[in-house]
Design a protein around this ligand. Structure first.
Ligand code: ATP
Ligand code: MG
Length: 502
């Protein structure tokens, strides 16, 4: 028997000023199956999600659900028709409770008028339990971490009891364990006969979770099929339009003198006694589980937060960094992991965002040179393969992955001596990932010293000269590139190598 789709998208086209985001796209979702939507940054994936959830209206084309033609003019229309989504860019309210966020727009009412708080909190608690959340429904959202907020979003999608659940890069803020939990939830949704649309740049996840795939390139449908009939290689080629070597372009670089020496860096709660030396031309990897203290340590080095003990020396001289401005002046740049919050000014253009942290370099006698700004923007934007209509385009008009590339560009534009990259390729497609890695190697060969925080083993093993493994706020083990094996790194990161490390 041939499966009947629950949702069909036909001949969908969506144009933005200067960009054809989707052109004559078709797609079908099936009950009890996960369909992976593949494509490079800017291919049009999130645009499809926004059309299916009533955020955007297509210029042309049709959506059928259960055989019935639909026309959504708001997100409310979409969830009433059985579609809900976890969006790539979360829209939630920090000052409201978890339950209020889950039931925003569809709070249970008592006798038709007043909100039934008790019922709402109880239902929220049930939903939270079903996603294995470790927090209550009446907690304020701002008290939660990124991964926990993600669970709230999942609970919110479940609260609609939708037949169609869309997940746009749902795993990007989750730890390995949380990803496994999410996959259990997906399995449950499948078993209940729901159709799932799943977007991710990580092939291991796609092959673990999806039954089918649909691939977009430059807003066009370029292929679809069953997951069991394909290999990652074939999908990558289809996405990018050419074969991509996924090997890491590690360059042989002469490691120079120490530039940064960190001794005994500590703060009371997040990291303790962190010591390491970073050399010119070196890529120093930091591996660990989410919560191991890697980002917090680097944020202290960058002046975002304060270390309460320890010494930091730059080129042999003790540094006192009490603000990010101090760090930037000292030649340290930090590309944060949570780029939406920490990295960008969304209503500004690509050029303005790129030069935001290095304006003095483009200023002569107090006058900002737009030509000089444009030059660096073109150069870095090109190297990082930022996809945009033009360099003045506002950041909130770029796809998620392209926004991230602009944040990397912004910190590279400061011409740092030390570059700290926190999960630099998260949310970035395979082709651009290779470009970022290659660029990283080139910068190192020019004498830049790089700290690479990554939770992806292939990335850290492929790029780093040495690997520091952190566990519960401490460096528990370090490996040279030659010594490092995946097992040894993971064992250390989970606390297994603790005693041997001293
Ligand atoms: N509001 C908007 N205004 C103008 N252009 C837009 C807008 N939203 C999206 N675009 C453009 O549409 C194209 C598709 O973007 P979309 O967000 O769908 O990509 P994506 O496949 O989700 O990429 P990513 O993997 O980076 O998330 C991009 O070129 C983007 O710049
Ligand atoms: Mg997207």
């Amino acid at each position: 028997m041939v499966d009947e789709p629950i949702l069909r998208l036909d001949h969908v086209t969506k144009q933005f000023p200067g960009v054809r985001a989707l052109h004559d796209v078709h797609m079908a979702l099936y009950p009890g199956q996960v369909t992976a939507l593949l494509g490079e940054n800017g291919a049009g994936k999130s645009t499809i999600v926004k059309i299916l959830t009533g955020i955007y209206r297509p210029d042309a084309g049709a959506i059928h659900i259960g055989g019935k033609l639909q026309s959504f003019s708001s997100p409310r229309d979409a969830w009433r028709s059985g579609v809900s989504a976890i969006h790539q860019e979360t829209v939630m309210f920090d000052d409201l409770t978890v339950a209020e966020n889950i039931f925003m727009g569809h709070m249970p009412l008592r006798s038709g008028k007043r909100i039934d708080w008790q019922l709402m909190n109880a239902r929220a608690a049930e939903l939270l339990k079903s996603v294995d959340a470790d927090f209550g429904s009446e907690v304020l959202l701002k008290r939660l971490g990124v991964a926990q907020k993600h669970l709230v979003e999942i609970a919110r999608a479940l609260s609609h009891d939708s037949r169609i659940v869309i997940m746009d890069e749902p795993t990007s803020a989750l730890s390995a364990r949380e990803i496994s939990d999410l996959f259990l939830i997906i399995a449950q949704l499948k078993a209940e006969g729901r159709a799932i649309l799943f977007i991710s740049h990580k092939f291991d996840e796609i092959f673990r979770v999806a039954d089918r795939w649909v691939c977009l390139r430059d807003g066009e449908h370029v292929g679809e099929g069953l997951i069991k009939d394909v290999e990652p290689r074939g999908l990558v080629k289809l996405m990018v339009g050419r074969p991509i070597d996924q090997v890491f372009p590690k360059k042989k670089i002469e490691i120079g003198e120490p530039v940064l020496e960190v001794v005994g860096l500590s703060n009371p709660t997040e990291f303790a006694d962190v010591s390491f030396t970073l050399h010119k031309g070196e890529i120093l990897g930091f591996y660990g589980l989410v919560g191991a203290g890697r980002s917090e340590t680097m944020q202290a080095l960058f002046g975002v937060s304060k270390a309460t003990a320890g010494v930091v020396k730059l080129n042999g001289k003790t540094l006192a960094i009490s603000s990010t401005a101090d760090a930037i002046v000292s030649g340290i740049a930090y590309v944060p992991e949570d780029r939406q919050v920490q990295g960008t000014v969304l209503p500004f253009g690509i050029r303005e965002n790129t030069t935001l942290a290095s304006l003095h370099q483009h200023t002569d006698k107090g006058i900002l040179s737009r030509v000089s700004e444009q030059k660096i923007t073109r150069k870095l934007g090109g190297r990082l393969s930022v996809k945009a209509a033009h360099w003045e385009q506002r950041l909130n008009e770029l796809s998620g992955g392209n926004q991230q590339k602009v944040v990397i560009a912004k910190w590279l534009a400061t011409s740092p001596k030390i570059l700290i990259l926190d999960e630099p390729t998260k949310g970035i497609d395979v082709g651009s990932k290779a470009a970022v890695h290659e660029f990283m190697g080139e910068l190192a060969s020019e004498g830049l010293a790089v700290i690479l925080i990554s939770s992806e083993l292939p990335e850290i093993m492929g790029m780093a000269d040495r690997i520091m493994v952190m566990h519960e706020g401490r460096i528990v083990k370090n490996f040279t590139r030659a010594e490092a094996t995946a097992e040894a790194i993971v064992t250390a990161a989970t606390g297994g190598g603790h005693h041997a490390a001293a």
